[in-house]
Design a protein around this ligand. Structure first.
Ligand SMILES: [Zn+2]
Ligand SMILES: [Zn+2]
Length: 307
């Protein structure tokens, strides 16, 4: 049994709160970005220790799980999405879904799941030091990708239509270049990369037209990693795809090793979340804060609830 201490809020929660998540079955307790304390001893986990719950419940038996790809187990169920999550004081979580998180603040721990999505995507890309990596969409997921691309030693390019987000990427993350996607994105990327285009392009926009446009941004022999998911089909021009011998891949959730990588980066000070968490509230203020935080003009990157 866990005592929940912090809950990070993301787009999934806002959609579910407004009843706009078609896959949700109600009633459902939200909350999948969690920091917790162990409430009673369970195996390796002693009362009072701080932990991060890995919210993806995988079967552990199928071919995919046996291959270590627990993040995309066919029967995966995510806490706070398919089963009840952590917006409550006490929450039962299977021991196999817990990881020790000593040495981190509760607020840092509650950002681990969100940042792990970025760590996983960068792992999928096999990003090498010195390569150009362009990240389209600089919300919380895109910011996580940018951090891990930078940590991998890549030269990073933030692509977004929001000047405030680009300013954040320049000033806080220290990206090598910014591209305003409202004007000739491919031309700007060509200019930045000396006409070679980025080796790795990540999409975290959640916008079908932006995902389709991203095929144009990938250099010859490069990879496109689609991190955000949309309903329905996206399409691309086959000659472009073939001429570049492009690899297109998805990235879904994260694994325990991604969670470890994030916690190491936070402990080592390679990622500073002080400006990533932009809005805070107490547990009893949550419904009022949700209405305000989901308004784009509020400028929320990551909202954080504490208990
Ligand atoms: Zn989330
Ligand atoms: Zn499985």
């Amino acid at each position: 049994m866990l005592r929940i201490r912090n809950i990070g809020i993301c787009g999934t929660d806002f959609h579910a709160f407004r009843g706009e998540q078609p896959y949700f079955k109600y009633p459902r307790i939200l909350g999948h970005e969690l920091a917790a304390e162990v409430a009673e001893d369970a195996g390796d986990f002693k009362a009072g220790q701080t932990v991060v719950p890995v919210p993806y419940i995988h079967c552990g038996k199928c071919l995919t799980c046996r291959a270590g790809k627990t993040n995309c187990c066919p029967s995966i169920r995510t806490m706070g999405v398919h089963v009840d999550g952590g917006m409550r004081e006490l929450m039962p979580v299977p021991e196999k879904n817990l990881m020790h998180a000593e040495g981190l603040s509760h607020e840092q721990i509650a950002t681990v799941e969100c940042l792990a999505i970025g760590a996983h995507a960068v792992g999928r890309a096999n990003l090498q030091a010195g390569q150009w990596a362009a990240i389209a969409g600089t919300g919380p997921i895109g910011i996580g990708i940018l951090h891990f691309a930078r940590i991998a030693g890549a030269r990073t390019i933030a692509v977004d239509i929001n000047p405030d987000r680009l300013a954040y990427c320049r000033e806080v993350i220290g990206v090598d270049a910014c591209v305003d996607a409202r004007e000739n994105t491919t031309g700007q990327l060509n200019e930045i990369t000396d006409g070679e285009l980025p080796d790795k392009v990540f999409d975290a926009t959640g916008v079908p037209a932006a995902m389709e446009a991203a095929f144009e941004y990938v250099g010859h022999g490069g990879r496109l990693i689609l991190v955000s998911i949309v309903k329905g089909a996206i399409s691309f021009a086959d000659p472009l795809f073939h001429a570049r011998e492009m690899t297109v891949m998805s990235s879904r959730n994260a694994t325990r090793s991604d969670f470890s990588q994030v916690m190491d980066a936070l402990r080592d000070g390679k990622i500073d979340i002080s400006s990533f968490v932009t809005h805070r509230c107490q547990f009893d203020e949550i419904t009022g804060s949700f209405a305000h935080w989901s308004d784009p003009s509020a400028g929320v990157i990551k909202g954080m609830v504490s208990l």
